[in-house]
Design a protein around this ligand. Structure first.
Ligand SMILES: O=C([O-])C(=O)C[C@H](O)[C@@H](O)C(=O)[O-]
Ligand SMILES: [Mg+2]
Length: 427
């Protein structure tokens, strides 16, 4: 092994990035959300980048893995999983609720899933460093791209016009069908997205159904998705599926859990998609056996990196399950990683989700540009991005100076700060 490929140093930088007041069934996004930037430096002097969740529960396992990595080659990404398990102190993940994540948007959360989210950033950083060393794009390290552009979908949210006490943002308020349509027009104008996903589970289903109808009227024939993050009963899910069956590309996680999703699936022709009841390989067999989902949303942060995303894609192809891509709040490092892996997936059946257009801050020097809702796949070495160290330092300073309130994303707490009587809507 070329010693230049050995890891010399790993730098972890937790940051807080600005986030607009987007609404979901768990509450509202805080003004700032935590992310973790991983830099892997090789003996050859090359630095690879990765990005993942930055909440406190991810930092302990990330620090343990970072401390164990020097001396390991960046080529050995398959070994990261065992290493992360070996060095992971169970106390670090003690507090992890095995039933649901703190935000309640990710389905069952286990210490193993949390570890995969940590490993994903290290794997990405290793591949970026390897690609930069070899002068090859990450997609070449994954077997090569099968498309020159990756299509993304507009991610529409009900939202407030401003955080409580904050200044209005450029997007304005969207709390009814007219607001949602106006937001979609802005997405269309700015980025040209061809399809739209509405984050639901915020208002009663009749109101969200009316918003989808309004979108269908404004953008005839464009694929539409609705995702209430499991906020509905089986009966409500079936009623919405009946009402919107003619315009929905898919219905995402209408009900919570594989059993409920299977019941909904049995009663409708509308394809069901998920990033909640299938977010790890061990959850696949039951979901397939019960016919609970027709589409799985991959996400390299969930599944353990870019190689594992390709493994999931192969599984989906084998069993005739469609593939789409999930997104949480993320920056340009993750967007580059998402685009590189998406470029290699032979059957990516749906436009990928991305939160990226909602972000006003980034740690990469060049903002990617969507054209007709698509990003060109970079052929530059590694992920094809450059870290903006000054921005990283600024955003880290914000994290360091925070009194602890923003360091863990908690949409319900942010909502209750504004409306103390609020409880998550369930219909
Ligand atoms: O189910 C999904 O697509 C998500 O949970 C994506 C994001 O977490 C989104 O809902 C959010 O950030 O509010
Ligand atoms: Mg979803």
């Amino acid at each position: 092994m070329d010693s230049a490929l050995c890891i010399d140093d790993v730098r972890l930088t937790p940051i807080l990035i600005a986030d607009p007041p987007l609404l979901n069934t768990q509450g509202v996004h805080q003004p700032f959300t935590p992310r973790l930037v991983v830099e892997i430096v090789t003996r050859g002097g090359v630095t690879g980048l990765g990005e993942t969740y930055g909440d406190a529960r991810y930092l302990g396992p990330a620090r343990a893995l970072a401390a164990a990595l020097p001396g390991h080659p960046v080529t050995h990404v398959n070994g990261l999983f065992a290493l992360a398990e070996e060095v992971g102190d169970p106390a670090m993940t003690a507090g992890v609720d095995e039933r649901a994540d703190a935000g309640g948007l990710r389905g069952a959360q286990t210490a193993a899933k949390l570890r995969l989210s940590v490993v994903s950033a290290f794997e990405t950083a290793c591949l970026d460093a390897l690609g930069k060393t070899l002068g090859l794009p990450v997609h070449a390290l994954l077997g090569g791209k099968v498309r020159a552009e990756v299509e993304y979908s507009a991610y529409l949210f009900y939202k407030w016009g401003a955080h409580p006490g904050g200044a209005p943002d450029a997007w304005g308020e969207a709390v009814d069908p007219a607001g949602v349509v106006e937001q979609a027009r802005r997405f269309d104008r700015l980025h040209g997205f061809g399809s739209f996903k509405l984050k639901g589970g915020v208002f009663p289903p009749e109101e969200e159904t009316a918003a989808i109808r309004a979108l269908a009227g404004e953008f005839p024939g464009r694929p539409l998705r609705l995702d209430p993050n499991g906020a509905w009963s089986v009966a409500t899910s079936l009623a919405v599926a009946r009402e919107l069956g003619d315009v929905l590309e898919y219905l995402e996680d209408p009900a919570t859990g594989t059993a409920a999703m299977a019941e909904v699936a049995a009663g409708t022709e509308v394809p069901l998609a998920t990033n909640m009841c299938v977010t790890a390989f061990e959850e696949v067999p039951e979901a397939l056996a019960r016919g609970a989902v027709r589409i799985v949303l991959c996400d390299h942060h969930y599944w353990g990196g870019l190689h594992r995303t390709r493994e999931l894609a192969a599984l989906c192809r084998t069993y005739g399950i469609g593939l789409s891509m999930h997104s949480n709040t993320h920056l340009g490092i993750s967007l580059a990683a998402m685009t590189q892996v998406a470029a290699t997936l032979p059957r990516l059946d749906h436009a990928c989700d991305t939160h990226y257009p909602w972000q006003t801050e980034d740690v990469v020097t060049t903002a990617p540009r969507f054209r007709s809702g698509r990003l060109a796949v970079s052929d530059a070495p590694g992920l094809g991005i450059t870290l903006d160290r000054d921005r990283l330092a600024d955003l880290h300073r914000r994290w360091a100076e925070d009194d602890g309130r923003m360091r863990d994303r908690d949409d319900a707490a942010a909502m209750r700060a504004a409306h103390p009587e609020w409880t998550p809507g369930r219909w």
